[in-house]
Write a protein that binds this ligand. Structure first.
Ligand SMILES: Cc1cc2nc3c(=O)[nH]c(=O)nc-3n(C[C@H](O)[C@H](O)[C@H](O)COP(=O)(O)O)c2cc1C
Length: 325
């Protein structure tokens, strides 16, 4: 893995050292998880998406999503919206207050409340609007602007090449392609030929994304598509150690234990003890699936609401693990 992590590419003038990046994931890629994955080898960080409607209305609910530690840098804050003025205003507020290394625009989210109002993957239906948003952002902001796209809205409107050129021509500094259409959601296979074509067509860095589940697949995607780095989402939830070059069945026990306990501790400091433990349950469930613990012990842990008791039980389960499956 070290050779994979030695080369650089640049987002604008920001160097990125490494070939794997944690995907932005609503509800998961928060500051604690980004700290964990960055430590394990993710080359950069991107926040969960932030709704710029909330930013401009000064609804402070979004602020938790923008907060990060220096160790997570280089970091992009991801925004979604379909209104150029609002997204530019929101980006300015965020850059002034949080000082991220870049701003990423979500053009891939397919959930209906986002896509049906023309944001997320809905933007791909309107290339002129994409141009207006990106040229407005690159004209007004001093940090690089990047975008995360899909192949198109649906099979009948595949336009990632057109969108890619528009993004580049309007000053975008990097594109991530989740190589499926919006309508596909997560079904079917990602189209690696599309990633290769986008990379061949553009001069700015292209990040490939979709269904990377094992360490060997990272190199396969890099070699096949020529992309500058690979973005990993769902597989990293199950196995953040993939960024250190370990498949699920290869995770060193001591590193497993260290990371599980550190993740819980980061969650408690970020969200407070009670909320941190509750939000950690979904991670605990995934981590404990690598152990041979009886199901009733896991169930008991996941229904424990007292944070001190939860911490004690989780710690005991983790340190008594002597074998991973
Ligand atoms: C629970 C979940 C939340 C997601 N939230 C976001 C998001 O906030 N922004 C975004 O660009 N993509 C989001 N995605 C899409 C991922 O970034 C990624 O493109 C997708 O999961 C495909 O990569 P994978 O096959 O490695 O998981 C999300 C995906 C999942 C599973």
């Amino acid at each position: 893995m070290s050779s994979l992590n030695s080369s650089n590419f640049f987002i604008g003038d920001i160097p990125v050292r490494g070939k794997t990046i944690l995907a932005p994931m609503d509800g998961y890629s928060d500051s604690p998880f980004r700290q964990i994955t960055r430590k394990l080898g993710s080359a950069a960080s991107i926040t969960e998406f932030v709704n710029t409607m909330e930013v401009v209305s000064r609804n402070t609910i979004y602020e938790e999503r923008c907060s990060f530690q220096p160790s997570e840098r280089p970091i992009g804050i991801q925004l979604f919206d379909n209104n150029p003025e609002r997204i530019i205003r929101g980006a300015e507020i965020i850059v002034n207050k949080w000082n991220p290394d870049w701003i990423d625009i979500n053009m891939g989210c397919s959930i209906s409340r986002v896509a049906n109002r023309g944001a997320g993957v809905g933007l791909l239906k309107d290339p002129h609007l994409v141009a207006e948003i990106i040229s407005g952002l690159t004209g007004r902001l001093s940090v690089p602007i990047t975008a995360k796209i899909r192949l198109g809205w649906d099979n009948e409107s595949i336009n990632f090449l057109e969108i890619g050129k528009i993004l580049q021509d309007n000053g975008a500094a990097m594109i991530t392609l989740h190589a499926r259409t919006g309508k596909q959601l997560f079904s079917g296979n990602p189209n690696w030929d599309a990633i290769a074509l986008l990379k061949q067509t553009l001069q700015i860095p292209v990040i490939g994304n979709g269904d990377i589940n094992a360490v060997s697949e990272i190199k396969s995607m890099l070699d096949y598509t020529g992309c500058d780095a690979v973005m990993i989402g769902r597989a990293a939830l199950q196995n953040p150690w993939i960024f250190a070059g370990y498949n699920v069945d290869e995770i060193p026990l001591l590193l497993f234990q260290e990371i599980c306990l550190e993740h819980l501790s980061l969650m408690k400091s970020f969200y407070g003890d009670s909320r941190g433990c509750i939000l950690f349950r979904k991670h605990a469930k995934k981590y404990l699936s690598h152990t041979s613990l009886e199901k009733y012990l896991i169930r008991d842990l996941l229904t424990t609401s007292d944070p001190d008791l939860f911490t004690e039980k989780f710690t005991n389960l983790i340190i008594s693990t002597d074998k991973l499956i």
